[in-house]
Ligand binder design. Structure first.
Ligand SMILES: CC(C)(COP(=O)(O)OP(=O)(O)OC[C@H]1O[C@@H](n2cnc3c(N)ncnc32)[C@H](O)[C@@H]1OP(=O)(O)O)[C@@H](O)C(=O)NCCC(=O)NCCS
Length: 263
C-alpha cells in the first residue's frame, strides 16, 4: 500500500501566530484545544505519513513493535504509541504504558485514575481525543469511494445531520458528505462505547433517535472537527455534558500536533 503524502505542513501547527515556528521548534503545545470556555478536551492529530518512522522508532524503544506485520499493522502500532505518549502527559509514562481495561463493547480505558480518551486511525493519520469531562469519542476517515444503497446513504446522512442540526453536512462531493456523516456516527458510537454494529441497529428508530443518546443521564453531543485546509480527512468528536454542548457548531478547534510528543 503506497504511503499517503505527509499532510500540508501548515495544517499541523497550532492556530494563530507562531504556528510554524512552534512546529519546527517542538515547543510544548498548550493543553486546551477549545478556548471558548473551560471544556477540558484535547484533540491530537497524528500525521502518520510524516511521523511514522519517528513513532516506529519510539515503539521499538518501548518494546511495542511486532517483528512482522503489514504496513497497516505498523501504522496502528504507531498510532497506539502516539496515544500512550499523549496519555503520559496526564498520568506519567509508567501508568500510560499499563494495559488498558477494555469494556464489553471494546472501548478502552486507563487502568488507573486519569482522563478518558478515544483513538481513531485511517490511512495516513490518527486522531486522539482526551477528556476530563467524561466519555469522549473520535473518528477520522480518509477519502474513499463509498458503496452503499441510496436509501441507506440517505438514512445514515439524515441521522448524522440530526446529531448537529446547526451544522449542515457538506453538499459536495457526495462521498465527502457521506464520510462526514459517518464520522459523526462513529464518534457517537465510540463515545458511548457501544460500537458501530449496535449504533447502526439503532438507526431509523423514531422512538429512540440517535440524537437523544445519553450516558448516565448526560446528553451526548457530536461536533465536526474542521481539519485545516488541504487536509483530506473528515473527522468528528463526541462528548457529554453541558460544557461540551456549549461548544458551538463549527467551533474553530485547535488541533495539537503529535510531533510535539516526539521531541
Ligand atoms: C470501535 C469501532 C467503531 C472502530 O472502528 P474503526 O473505524 O475500525 O477503527 P478506528 O480507527 O475508528 O478506531 C479504533 C480504535 O477505537 C477504539 N475502540 C475499539 N472499540 C471501541 C468501542 N466500542 N468504543 C470506543 N472505542 C473503541 C480502540 O482504541 C481502537 O484502536 P485499536 O484498533 O488500535 O485498538 C468498531 O470497530 C466497532 O464498532 N467495534 C465494536 C464491535 C462492533 O460493533 N462490531 C461491528 C462492526 S459493524
Amino acid at each position: 500500500m503506497p504511503r499517503r503524502a505527509p499532510l500540508p505542513r501548515r495544517s499541523l501547527g497550532l492556530n494563530g501566530a507562531g504556528r510554524d515556528r512552534m512546529t519546527e521548534a517542538f515547543e510544548p503545545p498548550p493543553v486546551a484545544i477549545w478556548s471558548g470556555d473551560d471544556v477540558d478536551l484535547e484533540v491530537w492529530l497524528v500525521d502518520l505519513a510524516r511521523d511514522l518512522d519517528l513513532l516506529v522508532a519510539r515503539a521499538r524503544d518501548m518494546g511495542s513493535l511486532p517483528n512482522s506485520g503489514t504496513e497497516g499493522d505498523v501504522a496502528k502500532v504507531a498510532a497506539g504509541i502516539a496515544l500512550r505518549l499523549v496519555l503520559a502527559r496526564h498520568v506519567g509514562i509508567d501508568r500510560a504504558r499499563l494495559p488498558f481495561i477494555i469494556a464489553p463493547g471494546g472501548k478502552p480505558a486507563l487502568a488507573v485514575d486519569g482522563p478518558q480518551f478515544s483513538l481513531a486511525h485511517c490511512d495516513g493519520a490518527a486522531l486522539i481525543a482526551i477528556s476530563r469531562d467524561g466519555p469522549v469519542g473520535v473518528d477520522i476517515e480518509a477519502p474513499r469511494a463509498i458503496r452503499i444503497s441510496p436509501d441507506r446513504r440517505l438514512m445514515l446522512e439524515a441521522e448524522a445531520q440530526s446529531l448537529d442540526p446547526a451544522r449542515p453536512l457538506p453538499v459536495e462531493p457526495p462521498d465527502r458528505r457521506f464520510l462526514q456523516a459517518w464520522v459523526r456516527l462513529e464518534a457517537l458510537a465510540k463515545t458511548t462505547g457501544e460500537g458501530v454494529g449496535s449504533l447502526l441497529g439503532r438507526v431509523g428508530h423514531a422512538t429512540d433517535p440517535l440524537a437523544g443518546t445519553t450516558i448516565d443521564g448526560r446528553a451526548v453531543v457530536v461536533r465536526d472537527l474542521d481539519l485545516p485546509a488541504g487536509t483530506p480527512f473528515q473527522a468528528a468528536v463526541g462528548g457529554v455534558g453541558r460544557r461540551f454542548a456549549a461548544i458551538p457548531s463549527a467551533a474553530a478547534f485547535q488541533l495539537l500536533d503529535a510531533r510535539h510528543l516526539l521531541a
